[in-house]
Design a protein around this ligand. Structure first.
Ligand SMILES: Nc1ncnc2c1ncn2[C@@H]1O[C@H](COP(=O)(O)OP(=O)(O)OP(=O)(O)O)[C@@H](O)[C@H]1O
Length: 299
């Protein structure tokens, strides 16, 4: 798979504040890559550096295997902040102005408006749009040059649930068409629902980078109960269990990867133990994220 973005040891210092610290990452073509982190973790700073609007202190990055520069920038559509559209002009008129500034073909306007589902409202004034529609128009404007990569900073901030769902659907749709998407978010749920890959930043430091599927798969913990007292000894010798914790009569058994509650049940049954309670507790991305953040506090 092609590498679209490679970041090596990127650091940004604002006086005594280190906003980004020795960050190294790789984004492959077709990824929907989430940069996840709490407020102030360095997401916007990182995106700003990648877009050449913020100067790095040290380190390097390359787009499409090339050092940053004008030729590369054309392949990237970005929304770091809501672009300023003229409130008294229509979507079409606003995009005509954007196309003029960016040197994008005006023929693309109808097509991008259809993509973001604003075509029907294209002649209405921008000021009559809902927040979600305004955000969709921003995405349309970033799509005008038909970029290979889209960069979105907190794309659903401030939107209502319907607006959020629409933007997420749109992002997935754009990704399906083969574009690489890099988005910053402080919302786990967003990353889980939209991204294929993600990294976790905290105070500018990379805590994790990997695929969402891998994490979603995760390891399973199973809650198990039985009236047979021997269950404890039988569990202790189960070679697929990595951890056993007893909690008020229940055993919480953490299993090795690719082992499931059904395997545990079959094992116990083969040892003559019938269970009265069996519940899978998959470790959610949220739990893992919170653990990661907590671990880094203790480090
Ligand atoms: N221009 C600046 N001058 C000084 N410090 C800055 C500047 N911009 C950002 N910072 C600091 O750098 C750190 C990272 O900020 P950044 O905005 O990149 O984080 P973020 O993860 O995008 O957070 P948020 O989600 O709140 O925007 C913070 O401590 C912030 O206060």
């Amino acid at each position: 798979m092609d590498t679209v973005l490679k970041i090596d040891n990127l650091t940004k210092q604002y006086g005594r504040i280190t906003a980004v610290k020795n960050l190294s990452l790789e984004v492959k073509r077709g990824n929907v890559f989430g940069i996840l982190g709490p407020n102030g973790s360095g997401k916007t700073t990182t995106l700003g550096i990648l877009l050449d609007v913020i100067n790095k202190t040290s380190g390097s990055f390359s787009w499409f295997g090339q050092p940053p520069g004008k030729g590369v920038r054309k392949k990237i559509g970005a929304i770091l902040e809501t672009p300023i559209f003229y409130p008294y002009l229509s979507a079409t008129k606003n995009l005509e102005i954007v196309a003029e500034i960016k040197g994008a073909p005006k023929e693309n306007i109808d097509q991008v408006l259809k993509k973001v589902e604003l075509y029907e409202r294209r002649f209405d004034k921008f000021r009559t749009y809902s927040l979600g529609m305004k955000q969709r128009l921003s995405i349309a404007s970033a799509l005008l040059c038909d970029p290979e990569v889209m960069i979105l900073d907190e794309p659903t901030n401030g939107l209502d649930p319907q607006g959020i769902a629409e933007i997420r659907e749109l992002i997935k749709q754009i990704a399906k068409e083969g574009k690489t998407i890099i988005l910053a978010s402080h919302l786990l749920d967003e990353v889980q629902k939209v991204c294929t890959h993600f990294c976790v930043l905290k105070r500018g430091t990379l805590l994790y980078s990997g695929s969402v599927d891998e994490v979603n798969k995760g390891v399973e913990s199973v809650e198990v109960m039985s009236d047979t007292p021997e269950i404890r000894e039988v569990l202790e010798v189960y070679n697929k269990a990595t951890k056993i914790v007893e909690e008020s009569g229940k055993f919480v058994v953490t299993l090795v990867e690719d082992t499931h509650a059904s395997d545990l049940n079959a094992y116990l049954f083969s040892k003559g133990i019938t269970v009265s309670h069996l519940l899978t507790q998959r470790k959610s991305l949220e739990k893992q994220f919170l653990e990661l953040l907590a671990e880094s506090d203790n480090a």
